[in-house]
Design a protein around this ligand. Structure first.
Ligand code: P1T
Length: 383
């Protein structure tokens, strides 16, 4: 298909072709570690499944397609994908990162790569102009998560891309919360888009996979080299599950966004709630940027109950029944999390509290169940 297709069509067909062996419409799960060669080096495009596998390749083409990129790479997890990006750097290089980000991303930067000589500075990036004074000649990469996990800050990708480009700094955007249904960072000037495909792309909480998408062939070549040389690839079955998830991404996201909006308003109007973090509110400090760069506001919401204590937060998350208390997000089912003790426990208390991740904060991943059941569940838990 050469015609320029729209997003909903690309979710289903982007980068896909009937299988070469029998014309299977859905990509077969090539559950094999290796491929027969007629003579050394004489094969049909695949030699060994770490280097390449047809099911993973189908996923990688789909990823490139839905993120408006040229090259997709699939990894064993979101963190494995990030690990590959940081391996583009050398000791002495510096990274400027958002200060509000997934706890595991922070841990990877601080505990794995900092001891190897890469320097990380964490800062709020809502004011893109303020970054100007923070970059120097050693800054090689700006790492942006938007919306941020779990405070739902929104960062102006185009503004940061402009600053990065002018100084020859790479810009990587973790697009896990938004998905390409909502925003496409490469279109806004980013060099690398990253996903925990474990979340909305997979969409069914049944797989752990990571992804990168880029446009530049040289950058792609280096990342493919790292992917193969470091070896943190996902298996064929996991590739298939994400590929299958992507086929309904647009439908699921539409409902996640509708339900998310309804729950955000429900919480904002509830007498037991102190504060709700959701970029769709006109009062959200980055609402204008969100309106400009996001098609909708997603299914992630954080809030603080009145009383603002750890005990009150724990009481609420334990009482919820339709919302399951669990790590992760982005599946069809609604989840609730307590960032301070779960997803962000690896960030020191003083650090995380600086960005707003207090002991009372609760995070919701609003699923695609019946909205009335979700509201009633929250109502009984907050009573
Ligand atoms: O879990 P993994 O697939 O390795 O992805 C890590 C990751 C990266 N970036 C963001 C924004 C994420 O949210 C995550 C994983 N997050 C959770 C498990 C969570 O509950 O927030």
């Amino acid at each position: 298909m050469n015609k320029k297709l729209r997003f909903n069509t690309l979710s289903i067909h982007g980068g896909q072709e009937p299988d070469k062996a029998y014309g299977a419409v859905m990509p077969p799960i090539y559950q094999t570690s290796t491929f027969a060669q007629a003579a050394p080096g004489e094969h049909q495009g695949y030699e060994y499944s770490r280097s390449g596998n047809p099911t993973r390749a189908a996923l990688e083409r789909s990823l490139a397609s839905i993120e408006s990129g040229n090259y997709g790479l699939a990894f064993a997890s979101g963190l494995a994908a990030m690990d590959a990006v940081i391996k583009l750097l050398e000791p002495g290089d510096e990274v400027l990162s958002t200060n509000d980000l997934y706890g595991g991303s922070y841990r990877l930067f601080r505990k794995i790569f900092e001891p190897l000589g890469i320097r990380f500075t964490f800062t709020g990036m809502q004011d893109a102009d303020a970054l100007e004074s923070m970059v120097n000649e050693k800054t090689r990469l700006i790492w942006v998560e938007t919306p941020t996990n779990p405070m739902m800050n929104v960062i102006d990708i185009a503004a940061i891309a402009k600053l990065a480009k002018a100084r020859n700094i790479m810009l990587a955007v973790d697009n896990t919360f938004a998905t390409p249904y909502i925003q496409q960072p490469l279109e806004l000037g980013a060099d690398i888009v990253m996903h925990s495909a474990t979340k909305y792309l997979g969409g069914h909480s049944d797989v752990v996979v990571g992804a990168l998408v880029v446009r530049d062939p040289k950058l792609a070549e280096r990342l493919y080299f790292i992917q193969n040389a470091s070896g943190a690839v996902c298996g064929p079955m996991d590739s298939y599950l994400v590929l299958r998830g992507i086929k309904t991404l647009h439908l699921r996201m539409q409902r996640h966004c509708e339900n998310g909006e309804a729950i955000a308003h429900f919480l904002a109007g509830h007498p037991a709630i102190e504060k709700v973090y959701w970029p769709g509110f006109p009062t959200h400090p980055n609402h204008e940027v969100a309106l400009a760069q996001m098609k909708a506001f997603g299914g992630m919401i954080s809030f603080i109950p009145k009383g603002g204590t750890y005990e009150r937060a724990v009481e609420i998350v334990k009482k919820l029944e339709v919302f399951t208390l669990a790590e992760s997000l982005g599946g069809v089912e609604s989840l609730v999390g307590h960032p301070a003790s779960m997803t962000h426990a690896s960030i020191p208390k003083e650090e995380r509290e600086k960005s707003g991740v207090t002991d009372a904060l609760i995070r919701l991943s609003v699923g695609i169940e019946d909205i009335e059941d979700l509201k009633e569940d929250l109502e009984q838990a907050l009573a």
